[in-house]
Design a protein around this ligand. Structure first.
Ligand SMILES: Cc1cc2nc3c(=O)[nH]c(=O)nc-3n(C[C@H](O)[C@H](O)[C@H](O)COP(=O)(O)OP(=O)(O)OC[C@H]3O[C@@H](n4cnc5c(N)ncnc54)[C@H](O)[C@@H]3O)c2cc1C
Length: 403
């Protein structure tokens, strides 16, 4: 039996390392395997999360139920064990994020490549699959250089459509459609948010321990943690996660509000301001917020609060203070759009999981055809969960292919 795997990212490498067949051919359009993996986790590769399968599933945004079987078949602990077996030690950081001890994503790539090669997989690089079709009981795969490869089983692990320079250009969706599969509308996920407001003066400002809420009046999503202002809007972990929750709605109807002091209720925050003002009652308002806020945010807040900057703090009225407290608890901006698909960390949408067997990743409409990784309509928050999706679904597909 011959198996062809299209795409040598984590999903394809895992499938090629797990399948049992006379011949396994792993094809990638790039000159090396795992090109996207190389840039993950800022070059350190947050390969999985140190958590049980149920927590892994609870961090899946798109189609968590579909993913339950795969998450249990190949767990985050299995990922760590596999890496250890290829002499890659790992460490756990904030939020359970697992990284190679060396901080080098290349170590993860070479372990996965060894896993595939030690299983007898041959790797064909620098040659894109143009299309594939059914041929008798198997398949025929057509390459960019004109070659034609016949196989019995075909695994499509071509990734999503974000960061196309890494080779993930969305070809798998076309292949899926050519076999009659439905592809759920692609949407950017884990992507920065563009604001209608001009926030250029805040560019580069990073806020820690804030609570960010996105609401369109009916639906509301909140996350606590770290965020960042950019020249066009906002980014950072909290914002990226929230983007995945709103990407199927009309985002231009959403307001984004930041609670800059989530640990203090309004009354306590007011008392704190009164106390700060009391330190020097002759100080001007514009010079009175340095204990409370990061330096680069102060001019913005002063302007938005509407309180005259030169006013002495002992002349700031209770109503003025109240509006300042309101602003600090709910600094609000209007959302313009999500940044484009190509700039997302992952692609939401993809091969419709209703047409895929969740235990085996095999197509329910074409027998012998499998899908694994980001090409499927499954995506997760940040924290190592997306690579784990690729590894777990790649494993499920590979494990179903036996002699
Ligand atoms: C900047 C960035 C940082 C990230 N950091 C993390 C992180 O730290 N942790 C985490 O969990 N996730 C992270 N992700 C997400 C993670 O990289 C992906 O979810 C994961 O790589 C998906 O794996 P995959 O195997 O499905 O697809 P990919 O890794 O995209 O691999 C698909 C492969 O298929 C090949 N291919 C595509 N079409 C064809 C074709 N027609 N013929 C031949 N080959 C083809 C491509 O060249 C590519 O090598 C990050 C993503 C980005 C962009």
């Amino acid at each position: 039996m011959k198996v062809v795997v299209i795409g040598a990212g984590p999903a394809g490498l895992m499938a090629a390392g797990t399948a049992k067949a006379d011949e396994i051919l792993l094809i990638d359009g790039n000159e090396k395997v795992g090109k996207k993996l190389y840039i993950t986790g800022k070059g350190r590769c947050n390969v999985t999360n140190d958590c049980a399968p149920d927590k892994l599933v609870s961090n899946i945004v798109g189609n968590p139920k579909f993913f339950i079987s795969a998450a249990n078949a190949f767990t985050p602990a299995d990922t760590v064990e596999l890496l250890n077996s290829f002499n890659v030690k790992t460490k756990v950081e904030r939020g359970g994020r697992v990284f190679p001890l060396s901080d080098k994503s290349s170590d993860i790539i070479s372990a996965l490549e060894k896993y595939a090669v030690s299983n007898g997989a041959k790797i064909l690089l620098g040659n894109k699959v143009k299309y594939a079709e059914k041929s008798g009981s198997g398949f025929c795969v057509y390459l960019q250089d004109g070659k034609r490869i016949a196989c019995d089983k075909l695994i499509v692990a071509t990734g999503g459509k974000s960061y196309p320079a890494t080779g993930s250009t969305g070809d798998g969706y076309k292949i899926a459609e050519s076999f009659g599969h439905n592809v759920v509308t692609l949407r950017p996920a884990l992507v920065p948010i563009k604001l209608k407001d001009d926030v250029r003066s805040l560019e580069g400002l990073s806020l820690k321990n804030v609570s960010v809420t996105l609401t369109d009046g009916k639906k509301s999503f909140s996350k606590f943690g770290e965020m960042l202002f950019t020249s066009f809007g906002v980014s950072g972990p909290v914002v990226l996660s929230l983007s995945s929750l709103i990407n199927s709605f009309d985002v231009s109807r959403f307001k984004l509000s930041i609670d800059l002091k989530p640990a203090l209720d309004s009354e306590t925050l007011d008392k704190r301001i009164v106390s700060d003002f009391g330190q020097n009652i002759n100080r001007q308002y514009k010079n009175s917020l340095s204990e409370l806020l990061p330096k680069s945010l102060i001019p913005y807040i002063i302007e938005k609060s509407g309180i005259p900057p030169e006013l002495k703090v002992n002349s700031v009225t209770r109503d003025m203070r109240r509006s300042l407290v309101y602003l600090l608890k709910s600094l609000t901006f209007s959302v313009d759009s999500l940044m484009p698909l190509e700039t997302g960390i992952v692609t939401a949408g993809g091969v419709d999981v209703k047409q895929i067997n969740p235990k085996t990743m095999e197509s329910k409409i074409v027998s012998g055809l499998y899908f694994a990784g980001e090409v499927l309509d499954v995506d997760a928050f940040t924290g190592g969960y997306n690579i784990q999706i690729a590894l777990s679904t790649g494993f499920s597909a590979g494990a179903h292919i036996t002699q």
